[in-house]
Design a protein around this ligand. Sequence first.
Ligand SMILES: *Cc1c(COP(=O)(O)O)cnc(C)c1O
Length: 376
Amino acid sequence: MTARIREFLKRRTQNGPCLVVDLDVVRENYLGFAKALPDSKVFYAVKANPAPEILRLLAGLGCCFDVASVSETQAVLAAGAPPERISYGNTIKKESEIATAFALGVTLYAVDCEAEVEKLARAAPGSRVICRIRCDGSGSEWPLSRKFGCEPDYAADILELAHKSGLVPHGVSFHVGSQQHNIEAWDRALASTASVFRGCAERGITLSIVNLGGGFPAKYVRKTPKLESYGKAIFRALRKHFGNALPETIVEPGRGLVGNAGIIEAEVVLITRRSPADEVRWVYLDIGKFHGLAETIDESIRYPIRTTHDRDQTAPCVIAGPTCDSVDVLYEKTPYPLPVSLAIGDKVLIEAAGAYTATYSSVGFNGYPPLQQYVI
Ligand SMILES: *Cc1c(COP(=O)(O)O)cnc(C)c1O
């Protein structure tokens, strides 16, 4: 909780849950990446939080952007970044979307199959192509595994097709899984990446860039290693697999740039027990899975929750959202300890909620409005 957010919440008069993001924290995080990974350019993964204020701040700091759609591309351009600072990282694109992005000036695209290369050759001729390879996502809390990326052995074929189609085979990308706890997760992916570089070299194609993806954690309930340790482990892995011929590298943090910059204030709507003797209480908040806390699916992300009674004794609770859908339960398998003195009407603070919340909120399921966001 920053002093600026505390002041803002004190003065806020509207009702309903809200997310407050402190731009000072986003700036610090950006500078932190420059320090921990000094040789890697930062491409902010816009999907984590596309608030215009965040995009403008980062554009002004010289940051580059990873986008997944035409409207994210337009949002980045509107924030003042030129198209040369955009990487279109989604491997799943309509040809019409590629054509629009290309007309807007974007010339760097990710693919993971031949059909996508063919689309690019037609809709974005001459562009640079990065091939995404598969990563199993182990060690991460929010894997991005099976849906994306070709088997590493196949990547050289895809990049060779790009070459033959008049595109520029530029490099390899992967994503080790979001909220990755294991700093060594990049090592295996970089071993595969280096083999793709060699495979391409044998075919006379020189690759120049490795996109190291995201995966850098925010601090939730569980402890995470420091960003510095990630930087060091990645550098060691690059040296091990590429020797002195180090490729150019980029990183695409989403969560690591904005996660800890935001706090959700919510309210306790109801506290019940299923029978008078039950030890476990059910605590219903005015925010749930449908209004910003989608990453509690499978209890993947465990947010720190603060109350005004935090010095009191705690007891295990099931925490749920307010909607009439039984999916809308945040923590049940692993009950969440909350103060026994917590009462209906109390405010609670859900920390590290700056990433993957506001845009995950439904437009009005069950009549609850989308999560209100303030960027200060
Ligand atoms: C979502 C995404 C990211 C950001 O991942 P984080 O774990 O939030 O840092 C980066 N790259 C791509 C291609 C993504 O889809």
